[in-house]
Design a binder for this molecule. Structure first.
Ligand code: IPE
Length: 260
C-alpha cells in the first residue's frame, strides 16, 4: 500500500477560482495506473477550496453562521466536484477510485481529526477499491466548522494503513535550502533525515515558496520510520511520479529514518 497526495497547485490553478488542470490529472492518473501499486489518493483543494474558505475565514470556525454556513456548503460542494473530476480521470485509466469526503465521515476538534469509525475506509480498501480523500470542511466539536488539509489526512491515513511509501506530488522539484524563486544559489535537498533537520538553524524560515523548511522536513520525517520513506516529487514533469513509483532514481526530496 502506498499513499499519494496530489497537491492543489498541481491539479488546479490556485489563482483562479475552480480551475481544474484536467490534462495534468489525466497524465498523473495514467502514471499511477502504469505503476500498478495499490494506493490511496488524497488531493488538495486548490482553487476549489482555498479562495472561498479564506474569504469567509472558515479555518477559524463559526463567528457569523448566517454567512459562513452557506460558504461552508459552497466549499464542500466545490471540493466534491473537484474530487469527482479526479475520480473520473482515475476511472478512465481503469483504477477503481471512489471519492470519500472527509467532511461527511470525520469530525474534528480544534481542527484536529477525531476518527470515530475506520471500518468504512478499511472495508473499501479490502474490496480492492481505491479511496480518494481530499482537503475539506468538517463539522468541528469546538468551533463549529474547520478545514482539514490533505496533509493532515495523509498523516491519519499513514497511521491507519502503515503504507510502505508516502508521496507528495507538488509543483516543485523538492525542498530547497533557500527560496528558488528569489535566490540563485539555492540547492535541492535530496535527503532529509533527523540529523539534517538538527543542522538547520531554527531561524531559517525560507524553504520553498510556501513555508518553513524545518516544519516541512519535520512533517515529512514524522511519516517515516525504519521501513517507510516519504518523498516530495514534482508532478508537473511527465513520468517523474511513474519513475519514482517504479523505484527509479529521480529528482526529488526523500525523508527517511523517522524524526527521533
Ligand atoms: C485545503 O486542503 C482544504 C480546503 C481549503 C477546503 P489542502 O490544504 O490539502 O489543499 P492544497 O493542496 O493546499 O490546495
Amino acid at each position: 500500500m502506498i499513499l499519494i497526495k496530489l497537491g492543489g497547485s498541481v491539479i488546479t490553478d490556485k489563482a483562479i477560482y475552480r480551475t481544474f488542470r484536467q490534462d495534468t490529472v489525466a497524465r498523473l492518473a495514467d502514471e499511477i495506473a502504469r505503476a500498478g501499486q495499490q494506493a490511496i489518493i488524497v488531493h488538495g483543494a486548490g482553487s476549489f477550496g482555498h479562495i472561498v474558505a479564506k474569504k469567509y475565514a472558515l479555518q477559524n470556525g463559526l463567528t457569523d453562521p448566517a454567512v459562513q454556513v452557506p460558504a461552508a456548503a459552497r466549499v464542500m460542494c466545490d471540493v466534491r466536484e473537484l474530487s469527482s473530476m479526479i475520480v473520473e480521470e482515475l476511472l478512465a485509466k481503469n483504477l477503481p477510485a471512489v471519492s470519500v469526503p472527509p467532511g461527511s465521515c470525520y469530525v474534528t476538534e480544534h481542527g484536529k481529526i477525531v476518527i470515530k469509525d475506520e471500518e468504512t475506509l478499511r472495508a473499501l480498501v479490502n474490496l480492492g477499491l481505491m479511496p480518494v480523500m481530499f482537503g475539506d470542511v468538517t463539522a468541528d466539536r469546538t468551533q463549529g466548522v474547520a478545514i482539514v488539509s490533505g496533509d493532515q489526512l495523509i498523516e491519519v491515513l499513514c497511521r491507519m494503513f502503515d503504507p510502505s511509501l508516502v508521496v507528495f506530488v507538488s509543483d516543485i522539484d523538492g525542498l530547497y535550502d533557500r527560496d528558488p524563486k528569489t535566490d540563485r544559489k539555492t540547492r535541492l535537498i535530496g535527503e532529509v533525515t533527523a540529523a539534517k533537520l538538527a543542522e538547520i538553524p531554527a531561524e531559517t524560515t525560507v524553504a520553498d515558496v510556501t513555508g518553513g523548511i524545518r516544519s516541512k522536513m519535520a512533517a515529512m520525517l514524522r511519516m517515516t520510520n525504519g521501513h517507510r520513506e516519504c518523498v516530495l516529487v514534482n508532478g508537473t514533469v511527465p513520468n517523474r511520479l511513474y519513475s519514482l513509483l517504479k523505484g527509479e532514481v529521480v529528482t526529488c526530496t526523500t525523508a527517511k529514518g523517522g524524526l527521533e
